[in-house]
Design a binder for this molecule. Structure first.
Ligand SMILES: *Cc1c(COP(=O)(O)O)cnc(C)c1O
Length: 356
């Protein structure tokens, strides 16, 4: 049982969808599938197709994040990056690799983003046109407060670029109230599809506003959007991943969309938080600071990660290590995908057997 943040345990219907018919992506059957996927992705967050578009990309979540930064920051403008974990660092690396002018506000990994610092920076630097941040920083399980950041952005006419890879499908992403130009997401996390397909949900005007230079052939959102709007694809798409995502999105819609998924994750995570705390593995962050899909836990005194991981793997459960400076002190548990309360109770029993 996978308790890592993607790939996830697949439902039976998603697994079956993977063995759909062999299909050429230049045929009408694929165009219809692609169009349906793009419509369903907008519908998940009630977005109007005249104003917003979902652009599908081959690749894991990082492909979507890189495409978003490459395609949406115009020449001559600067992006302010807010970092409080591995994925914030990745935003900075992407900007550096593509020569995109940027400034980064670094933060402690166990702390929140400093909205006042961001506001001051935006006020004092007129070259900044975009702000990039991670929604759910999977490094710690923190849900960064994008609503609070939206306000200084709106004040200065700054467009937000959000890495929503581990929140899309299970957390509120308020496209109407936050000045979002785009959000990057992946099929293989909270959407419960398989890895290999990712997407950028963008405000159409964000691509039209000012021309960004083409910084990548493969990750050029303008090219992908034009092709997909014309019911075509720029390159060969991962057809089977598309089958899986279509089924996963249907499953999400039928079970109540992202709000129901968030509630379901929290029911499970509350059980895990309570159970692990009883065993000496206290949550790293308070419940109010956390995202529903994944939480981080302190390793109990005298317990190292690797033996705990190996013993749990032996018992049938995959947990996830901490990263960077947190590698020795925390571990992470995600409840994405097909995971039942009963299985989580059995998981907690397995942890008890190992620790006690
Ligand atoms: C998983 C994840 C990514 C993308 O990682 P991939 O390995 O490329 O799928 C990006 N950002 C966040 C916050 C993530 O959790």
């Amino acid at each position: 049982m996978l308790l890592n943040p993607g790939p996830v345990n697949l439902s039976q219907r998603v697994r079956q969808a993977l063995s759909g018919p062999d299909l050429c992506h230049r045929e009408v059957e694929f165009s219809a599938l692609q169009t349906r996927l793009r419509e369903e992705l907008l519908a998940l967050y009630s977005l109007a197709p005249e104003e917003y578009a979902a652009v599908l990309l081959s690749g894991s979540g990082t492909a979507a994040v890189e495409a978003m930064l490459c395609s949406l920051v115009p020449a001559g403008s600067k992006v302010l990056i807010l970092e409080n974990g591995v994925y914030g660092q990745r935003l900075e690396r992407i900007a550096a690799i593509h020569g995109i002018p940027h400034d980064t506000l670094h933060h402690a990994w166990d702390g929140p983003l400093d909205v006042q610092r961001a506001r001051n920076k935006l006020r004092e630097d007129p070259e900044i046109s975009h702000l990039a941040a991670v929604h759910h920083e999977t490094t710690t399980g923190r849900l960064n407060d994008l609503a609070a950041l939206a306000e200084p952005c709106r004040e200065r006419g700054i467009a937000m670029l959000v890495d929503a890879v581990s929140s899309f499908g299970a957390e509120d992403i308020d496209f109407a109230r936050w000045p979002l130009a785009a959000a990057a997401a992946s099929a293989g996390k909270c959407l419960h599809g398989v890895p290999g397909l990712s997407l950028v949900l963008l405000r159409r005007a964000a691509l039209e506003d000012k021309a960004a230079p083409t910084r990548s052939l493969y990750l050029d959102l303008r090219g992908h959007l034009a092709a997909q709007d014309a019911e075509d694809t720029s390159f060969t798409p991962p057809v089977q991943c598309c089958y899986a995502l279509a089924e996963a999105l249907a499953e999400c819609r039928e079970t109540g969309g992202w709000p129901a998924r968030r509630r379901s994750y929290w029911r499970k995570m509350d059980r895990v938080r309570g159970g692990l705390a009883d065993l000496g593995a206290a949550p790293l962050l308070s419940r109010a600071q956390c995202a529903a899909p994944l939480n981080a836990f302190r390793l109990p005194a005298g317990t190292a990660y690797q033996p705990l991981h190996d013993a749990l793997k032996e018992a049938g459960y995959i947990i996830y290590a901490g990263q960077g400076g947190l590698a020795r002190t925390i571990f992470r548990v995600a409840c994405m995908g097909e995971v039942s309360m009963e299985q989580l109770t059995e998981f907690l029993d397995a942890v008890r057997d190992i620790l006690c």
